[in-house]
Design a protein around this ligand. Structure first.
Ligand code: HGY
Ligand code: MN
Ligand code: MN
Length: 420
């Protein structure tokens, strides 16, 4: 790369990042509650569009509540756009670096690109996705799935949160009609490809002492709900051999499947949520819902693991006279990313004098959905102690600014390539 390094306005980035960090904090001060279709998430999108408008970008939203900001030089207005961005929602008590960092970085890179005077061969689009995380309605990656036409409308129509609010109602509160979600996929031909900058959310870069990674693939994620049905009964009087304890079946399953996964490579799992009914100390639990998150970049490992989980749960249930039903409520296949763009990221990093490495992402990302239908690439920066999805999530200002520089240089490279 012969052109001089681009200048990043670090004050702009840090000021904007602090503004976003003020939106959606949990009242306890511990983390964020910027959940899908919450007032906080919608406020973050409003903030994004306002900031983008101030830059002179053309802002818009779609049927899924995603926000977009376009830079369209007239001479290339009809060519597919390079998109870059991330998501604005958080997990409960999550951090503001996960997603928010990538969106603010994209605004900052856009500012630099617009000021650069470089001869772009195409427009660019800054993207802020909704509901990437999924914990509220079980509809993770909804925003990017809407853009790419990958939504399971039957699942989306039945989605509700733990308070009983349906996704349909939550969307309607912000003027969005769930039935119109499929319309969001009408503009796919407008995209040349997608790049996402994100915190690693793991400890590898920090332990390696390397500031940048280009991501080779996004893991597949399968979330499975196990419903154990036994018999509620008296905790004292019910004879032990006759107790149909749904919670014991779940506990057996947790121990057995966790041990199975511990014995494998390239596969991880998390028994992340359990609800017992009636959830009273002196009542034998009659029913339990146990949700699992299973991940691997290898599709066949995901299949084998799902089959193993279900057979272990059936056996654990049978030993307590408990029946099992299962529901795979989230299923995103692994997504290999675009090799030529991985090289562009590595070229950008070395242009800036930054060492980079290649990593698989064990976190799911919108890039893993966009990458199913267009070229996609991801850049990681280090997370302190690898912590994420928690209030302690942190990346330093210097690390964040390195990431913004690499994003801007990568985007400039891809925007000035004349390939069709
Ligand atoms: O769950 C994930 O991997 C992502 O952070 N949504
Ligand atoms: Mn994320
Ligand atoms: Mn996340």
């Amino acid at each position: 790369m012969t052109r001089p390094m681009l200048h990043i306005d670090s004050d702009y980035f840090l000021t904007a990042f602090r503004e976003l960090a003020a939106i959606g904090r949990d009242p306890s001060g511990r983390g964020y509650q910027r959940l899908a279709w919450s007032p906080a998430e919608r406020e973050a999108h409003r903030w994004f569009r306002e900031r983008a408008q101030q830059l002179g970008l053309i802002v818009s939203t779609d049927e899924a509540g995603n926000s977009f900001a376009d830079f369209i030089p007239p001479h290339v207005k009809d060519r597919p756009a390079l998109a870059f961005g991330s998501h604005l929602d958080s997990v409960p008590y999550g951090g503001t670096y996960d997603g928010g960092y990538g969106v603010v970085a994209a605004l900052s890179a856009a500012k630099t690109l617009m000021d650069s005077g470089l001869p772009f061969a195409r427009p660019f689009r800054v993207m802020a996705f909704t509901d990437e995380e999924g914990p509220r309605f079980g509809t993770g990656l909804l925003g990017s799935k809407a853009v790419t036409g990958a939504l399971d409308m039957e699942h989306v129509r039945s989605a509700h949160d733990q308070a009983g609010t349906t996704l349909r109602e939550a969307m309607a509160n912000f003027g969005c009609d769930l039935e119109k979600l499929p319309n969001a996929a009408q503009h796919l031909s407008r995209y040349f490809g997608y790049v996402e900058l994100h915190i690693e959310q793991g400890p590898r870069l920090e332990r390696l002492g390397i500031p940048i990674a280009t991501v080779t693939a996004i893991t597949g994620i399968r979330q499975v709900s196990l419903h154990f049905e036994g018999q509620a009964n008296h905790a004292g009087t019910t004879p032990k051999p006759e107790r149909q304890n749904a919670l014991r079946s779940a506990a057996e399953t947790i121990m057995q499947f966790s041990a199975y996964v511990d014995g494998t490579d390239n596969l991880v799992t998390n028994p992340g949520r359990i609800t017992a009914h009636p959830n009273a100390t002196n009542v034998v639990p009659g029913s339990v819902r146990l949700d699992w998150d299973i991940r691997s970049p290898e599709p066949e490992l995901l299949e084998q693991a799902t089959a193993a989980l279900i057979s272990m749960a059936e056996r654990a249930g049978a030993s307590f006279g408990v029946t099992l039903t299962t529901d795979i409520f989230h299923d995103v296949p692994p997504c290999p990313l675009h090799e030529p763009w991985m090289e562009a990221i590595e070229g950008a990093a070395s242009h800036l004098g930054l060492t980079s490495t290649r990593l698989v992402s064990w976190a799911g990302h919108d890039a893993g959905v966009m990458g199913m239908v267009m070229p996609a690439a991801m850049i990681f920066i280090p997370s302190r102690k690898g912590v994420s999805h928690a209030p302690e999530e942190y990346s330093s200002d210097d690390a964040m600014l390195d990431g913004v520089r690499v994003l801007a240089e990568t985007a400039a490279d891809l925007l000035t390539r004349v390939e069709s």
